[in-house]
Ligand binder design. Structure first.
Ligand SMILES: [Zn+2]
Length: 145
């Protein structure tokens, strides 16, 4: 990592004080977005769609959410780690992907059945970079010892 605020993109003269880090190199916002999306699209193209996506694709989809989407309290939301490490059932679709995440609720809401896992189904659109909450299922997977 260089010590200046100069963008690492070849030929870019931008000296943005609020640089963005990608693979330990600093970029201006425009070039950060460009190399981020290029990487994400390349990973998406590599994915055959019949098995789990490349680990890096899950990571990038989660990272984009955490850097660009405002999560509202009480509404279904994602985090980088949940998309990357607590997701399953990935399917490649015409628009992008669908996947299911596992959440572990820490509090019980009155009037709702107890669940120690909430499985949420999401879709991701690779053209618009939008995430959509589809459905959720509460599960009680207690292991009695
Ligand atoms: Zn730049």
């Amino acid at each position: 990592m260089k010590n200046s605020n100069k963008c690492s993109f070849p030929g870019c003269k931008c000296q943005d004080f609020s640089f963005w880090l990608y693979k330990w190199d600093k970029y201006c916002k425009a070039h950060y977005n460009q190399i981020f999306l290029d990487d994400l699209h390349a990973q998406y193209a590599l994915w055959g769609g019949k098995s789990e996506p490349p680990d890096r694709l899950k990571y990038l989809i989660g990272r984009y959410y955490s850097e660009n989407v405002t999560a509202f309290i009480g509404k279904p939301s994602l985090t980088k780690a949940i998309v990357h490490t607590r997701s399953y059932g990935w399917k490649k679709t015409k628009a992008g992907a669908v996947f299911t995440t596992i959440r572990y609720p820490i509090n019980k809401r009155y009037g709702e059945p107890y669940a120690n896992e909430v499985h949420q189904k999401w879709s991701f659109n690779i053209s618009s970079m939008k995430y959509k909450f589809l459905s959720e299922e509460k599960k009680e997977n207690l292991v009695m010892v």
